[in-house]
Design a protein around this ligand. Structure first.
Ligand SMILES: [Zn+2]
Length: 188
């Protein structure tokens, strides 16, 4: 193999198909995103690490107004991207991957309670992306990505805390609250 071909191979990501399946179609702020990372390799290499990363990316595109001068409206069209959150979870340390290697890694990544949910506005949006990656020394990561739908937490109107998925809730006075909180309130 000539030096050029070798150099090209060394920069390229390893030939691994990474796919992600999520356990649910949507997740609530404060709960973990759970699913499975599927890996199928058609190349033999030494992996440094296998991980998942959950990112919230906010994109803002200021609305251009008609009155503006052409030069100004040009800058108005610029899209601003901000990474609001990034949570990385390592699933496996150094690993020898052979040709035909297949493995499934179950994962769980916590979404912070204070995190902004998925949002699609006219000029702003917030997108949650789950990235599965295999890192290799001196080469690009092999990666697979999928969008995660994150919905807002529901808050109890009595204690003002979020109502977790596994907690009992009830409707009272046109509001949603913990069954326990209502019981305590009525008991007094
Ligand atoms: Zn409560």
């Amino acid at each position: 193999m000539g030096w050029f071909k070798r150099a090209a191979t060394s920069v390229k990501a390893p030939e691994v198909a990474i796919s992600i399946s999520l356990n649910k179609p949507a997740f609530v702020c404060g709960e973990p995103v759970t699913g499975t990372l599927h890996i199928v390799s058609s190349e033999a290499f030494d992996a440094k690490d296998v991980c998942v990363e959950l990112q919230a990316i906010e994109t803002v595109q200021p609305l251009a107004t008609v009155q503006q001068a052409p030069q100004e409206s040009e800058t108005q069209k610029e899209v601003f991207t901000t990474e609001l959150h990034k949570i990385r979870v390592s699933l496996c340390g150094p690993l020898k991957i052979t040709r035909g290697y297949r493995r499934e890694f179950p994962f769980s990544v916590q979404i912070p309670h204070s995190a902004p949910p998925t949002y699609r506005g006219r000029n702003a949006k917030n997108t949650w992306i789950l990235r599965g990656a295999i890192s290799v020394a001196g080469r690009r990561d092999a990666e697979g990505k999928t969008e995660v739908l994150v919905t807002p937490s529901v808050f109890c109107w009595i204690c003002l805390k979020p109502i977790a998925q596994d907690e009992q809730f009830t409707l009272y006075d046109n509001g949603i609250c913990h069954a326990n909180c209502l019981r305590k309130m009525k008991g007094k």
